[in-house]
Design a protein around this ligand. Structure first.
Ligand code: ATP
Length: 239
């Protein structure tokens, strides 16, 4: 579904992503793990069209359609193609209600009934959001804002959902909840590209994983194999 070839991302003189290649098969959960600053966010932000200076190829094949190179396309075009991202740091709109934030996720759609159905489905996935539908986004707890960011990403009916550290800063019980929901999203037929620092949970859920260090892929493999890998255990799973 998505093939990234020799991707480079630059911020001025900073070479944040250094020629990585990865492949995300339709229906899979693929994870990128690595320490702070490894280039994980830059990689998915490049796919979402949110960074300017990108070199290489990002080829996306929609379920019914021809492959398209996403490099140079605007973020709205990505949404139309069926790609959605839940950004790191809960970038929801603090002055809008939960309901309004969700509606924003559906900005490209004009099928009102379908939007309502999907909104109800997000509320089923996250009952906590339903209870707080009239609350301003900025007054939600960190975990709830994270859920709202994921819910909002689902509102554009994406085929590919990219999640940037959805478990960041969450209490262990909520981490489990968020990972269960990632499994459910995938079971709905959506392909998931997951960026995580919680390597254990990410490797457990992912069919395939890439480990990034300072902009390069240093290791890749099936999630379950990497969980047993001594180098991964040493560096990412606390020995
Ligand atoms: P984190 O988990 O901390 O978000 P990451 O693996 O997602 O880390 P990136 O956020 O992609 O890493 O950052 C990769 C490198 O690019 C870092 O050195 C970072 O400081 C730099 N970088 C990221 N965004 C910008 C920016 N807008 N301007 C300048 N440098 C940036």
């Amino acid at each position: 579904m998505l093939k990234i070839e020799d991707l480079n991302v630059y911020y001025g003189a900073i070479h944040a992503v250094k020629g990585i290649s990865l492949s995300i098969p339709r229906g899979s959960i693929v994870t990128l793990i690595g320490a702070n600053g490894a280039g994980k966010s830059s990689t998915i932000r490049a796919v979402a069209g949110l960074v300017r200076n990108v070199k290489g190829k990002i080829v996306y094949t929609p379920p019914e359609g021809e492959p398209v190179n996403l490099v140079g396309k605007a973020p709205e075009e990505m949404v139309k193609l069926g790609i959605a991202m839940s950004p790191e740091g809960r970038r929801i709109l603090p002055h809008l209600t939960v309901e309004e934030n969700l509606q924003l996720g559906a900005f490209i759609r004009n099928d009102r009934d379908g939007v309502e159905r999907d909104r109800d489905h997000v509320y089923e996935l996250f009952p906590r959001l339903k209870e707080r539908s009239w609350q301003k986004g900025g007054t939600l707890s960190g975990g709830e804002q994270q859920m709202l960011a994921v819910g909002r990403a689902l509102m554009s009916q994406p085929h590919l959902v990219m999640l940037d550290e959805p478990s960041l800063g969450l209490a262990p019980l909520l981490v489990k909840e968020v990972f269960d929901i990632i499994g459910e999203i995938n079971a709905l037929g959506k392909t998931v590209l997951l960026v995580e620092q919680n390597a254990f949970a990410a490797l457990k859920i992912a069919s395939y994983a890439y480990i990034l260090e300072v902009g390069s892929i240093v290791l890749e493999g099936r999630g379950e194999d990497l969980l047993k890998d001594s180098r991964v255990k040493e560096a990412y799973l606390g020995g």
